[in-house]
Design a protein around this ligand. Structure first.
Ligand code: PEP
Ligand code: MN
Length: 296
């Protein structure tokens, strides 16, 4: 029989802050004025990498137009090959700041190295810790010292217990604003880039009070699969999704194969709103700033 990690137990010398026993109420993480982990399903979207001003502004407008809530885009990119495009670095961060100013969308971007932390944290609304860095304990410790939202992606070969222990590093530093992201795991199946572990959603929701979101773009590697798997994630109880969107996926410098066009993304958000309603959640179309303005 499969071994289920025991919910509601504190293990080891310290109390495990990520587990439900430590905090029975759901943690709600506030990002740019919007909430992640409440009733609303949150859509994070944008290009894999920030490539140019025109590209990131077009992507941000597309995300905003289709009802996304948070912009994503990598300025510091972890790449398998050092010869691939590794990001615009600080210039990329400045372009994200510009995109936020134009659209009102808060943004999340990856921090790969404690040496870049100040540059990233001083500009971003949320820090992303990538799959390859889920067990970079120095980075987790440093991020734990901050008081800002952290999107922690599951290591591609990490068990859920290892994932929760990684979150524990951030929580132990006093930073309670952690969102977990299932992004696909390595299996024997070669037809998809990774295998999106939908089991992780109800299991994590049972074990932890932290919000859980899903990245079907990396989880599948195929743009045509993203919408269906995003719907499946919301149906399974995810608090949000993170989707790669590019104004011209064929020309993307990274992850074009799995990136949606603005048109395809708009269709996906509309479908997600219907799925969210069917499972007692709500997907509000529009960024917090836009929704606030509309309700005034
Ligand atoms: C990304 O979000 O672009 C990314 C690199 O993700 P991961 O760390 O999950 O591979
Ligand atoms: Mn990517």
């Amino acid at each position: 029989m499969a071994r289920t990690p025991e919910p509601n137990t504190a293990v080891g010398p310290g109390v495990r802050l990520a587990l439900r026993a430590a905090s029975p109420a759901a943690t709600i993480v506030s990002v740019g004025g919007g909430e992640v982990g409440g009733r609303d399903v949150v859509v994070i979207a944008g290009p894999c990498a920030v490539e140019s001003e025109a590209q990131v502004l077009a992507a941000a407008r597309a995300v905003q137009a289709a009802g996304g809530h948070i912009l994503r885009g990598g300025a510091f990119k972890p790449r398998t090959s050092p010869f691939s495009f590794r990001g615009l670095r600080e210039d990329g961060l400045d372009l994200l700041v510009r995109a936020r100013a134009l659209t009102g969308l808060p943004f999340v971007t990856e921090v790969m190295d404690p040496r870049h932390l100040e540059a990233v944290a001083s500009r971003a609304d949320m820090l992303q810790i990538g799959s390859r860095n889920m067990q970079n304990f120095t980075l987790l410790d440093e991020v734990g010292r901050l008081r800002m939202p952290v999107l922690l992606k599951r290591g591609m070969s990490a068990t859920l217990d290892e994932f929760l222990y990684a979150a524990e590093y951030v929580l132990a530093g006093g930073n309670t604003q952690v969102i977990l992201c299932e992004r696909g795991i390595r299996t024997f199946e070669p037809s998809t880039r990774y295998t999106l572990d939908l089991n992780a959603i109800p299991m994590l929701k049972r074990l932890t009070h932290l919000p859980v979101i899903v990245d079907p773009s990396h989880g599948t590697g195929h743009a045509w699969m993203v919408g269906r798997m995003a719907s499946a994630a919301v149906a399974a109880g995810a608090d949000g999704v993170m989707i790669e969107v590019h104004p011209d996926p064929a020309a993307a410098l990274s992850d074009g194969e799995q990136s949606l066009t603005p048109q395809a993304f708009a269709k996906v958000t509309a479908e997600l709103a219907a799925v969210a309603a069917a499972v007692g959640r709500r997907l509000r179309i529009g960024s917090p700033a836009i929704l606030d303005a509309a309700s005034r």
